[in-house]
Write a protein that binds this ligand. Structure first.
Ligand code: CTP
Length: 398
């Protein structure tokens, strides 16, 4: 996700400095090349060696230092950065940068960079609410600096309130957003994901093997690209992606209600959910007891949510999935026409490395206007971006 990206992580002197270590691990695991700069006070809280070991680079602490033989440290780092993160950002560093002060390695490098700069502030609640602090933050925002707001909670100083560093995962997500072209900014995308569960009684249900991974990858990628994302999700074991509006549902009829409630105003609907085609005719209010050697269940058809959307006069861009085990292209094409879709993503769920419950997928994209695009085996995150490239290019300009 962050492959080939160079990130400068500036660490300041606050008790939350240890959380920058966790963030560093997330960034390097995401593929980024991270260089750490520490202020003098940061080194009171945590030793540079920790960051050096985890970033695989020497930590920069001194302004007057050469990197290699003839590179000037702060200029070289500033030029190399795709993104600058300051975590935790103290009231002091924010005040200094807002005031145009450059008197140490961190503030000098920030002043010299043209890369986006993202602050994750952490401080005492009264410092955070202080008018001077708020004016400094406001000024930096006006000049295009980004912020991940602190959260409320019990602060290290004993006070309760805003000022607690945002979770490393939330800062990571904000970093990905800052590095991703915002081609879906201003768009609203509804994604359905996961299986539906059709209950027989309070104990049992009919469902399928969908893990929700493809739908969640789509929701996350659309969010990273700037869209407002509504994720209507059946029961899965996955955490909701950061920043999406999650609407949990259980059955196909719940999903239909949720989709119809949110569809107006959407630019695109992507139906990655594996909706159960049938549900028990009746849900028993109490547990069905064991009786004879066989049992028959009467099932009735569920509404086809996608077909209902396709039949609407005014409808958003519609993308469906076709989970097939044979005649993949042929069956998908029939669904594309029958449900009046703009595109369909077909996959052969009988393959071990595609379809249900794995992190990879191999798909065939078919389009309303004809033509197709075959995607080799790739991660679901990569496929999500290929699908969104298609959608982004086809949404009407506003
Ligand atoms: N779908 C839906 N509502 C249903 C069934 C399916 O919205 N009741 C959507 C799925 O989310 C998917 C697409 O329709 O985007 C195709 O689903 P799939 O299960 O492959 O096809 P079905 O239409 O159910 O046909 P079949 O099961 O016979 O292959």
């Amino acid at each position: 996700m962050l492959k080939n990206k160079t990130i400068i992580l500036g660490v300041c002197g606050g008790i939350a400095a240890y959380k920058a270590v966790e963030l560093l691990r997330l960034l390097t695991r995401g593929g980024a090349d991270v260089h750490v700069i520490m202020t003098r006070s940061a080194q009171e809280f945590i030793a540079p060696l920790t960051f050096q070991a985890l970033s695989n680079h020497p930590v920069h602490t001194e302004l007057f230092n050469l990197i290699g033989e003839d590179e000037i440290g702060h200029i070289s780092l500033a030029d190399r950065a795709d993104l600058f993160l300051i975590v935790p950002a103290t009231g002091n560093i924010i005040g200094k940068i807002a005031g145009g002060i450059a008197d140490d390695m961190l503030t000098t490098t920030v002043m010299a960079t043209t890369a986006p700069v993202l602050f994750a502030p952490a401080m005492n609640v009264n410092m955070y609410r202080n008018h001077l602090y708020q004016e400094n933050e406001e000024k930096l925002r006006r000049h295009g600096y980004h912020f991940v707001a602190p959260v409320s909670g019990r602060l290290a100083c004993g006070w309760e309130g805003e000022g607690k560093l945002a979770a490393p995962e939330a800062i990571f997500e904000a970093a990905v957003v800052a590095l991703t072209p915002q081609d879906l900014a201003g768009r609203v995308i509804l994604v359905t994901a996961g299986p539906t569960r059709e209950e027989l009684d309070p104990v049992r249900y009919i469902s399928n093997h969908s893990s929700g991974k493809m739908g969640y990858a789509l929701a996350r990628a659309a969010r990273h690209r700037g869209a407002r994302v509504i994720l209507v999700s059946g029961p899965t074991a996955l955490p909701y992606p950061e920043g999406v509006e999650a609407v949990p549902v259980v059955s196909a009829t719940d999903m239909l209600d949720a989709v119809m409630l949110h569809v107006d105003g959407c630019d695109a609907v992507i139906k990655a959910a594996a909706v159960a085609d049938y549900r028990p005719e009746m849900r028993n209010g109490t547990k069905i007891k064991k009786q004879g050697d066989t049992i028959s269940l009467e099932l009735v058809k569920n509404p086809d949510i996608l077909a209902l959307l396709g039949s609407r006069e005014r409808r958003p861009f519609l993308a469906g999935f076709a989970a097939e085990t044979d005649n993949v292209g042929g069956n998908a094409e029939k669904k594309l026409t029958a449900k009046n879709l703009d595109m369909i993503i077909a996959n052969d769920v009988s393959q071990e490395d595609a379809g249900f419950n794995v992190d990879t997928n191999r798909a065939l994209l078919l389009f309303k206007e004809g033509g197709s695009h075959e995607c080799e085996l790739m991660t679901k995150d990569q496929l999500a971006n290929v699908i969104l490239d298609v959608i982004s290019a086809r949404l009407p300009t506003r």
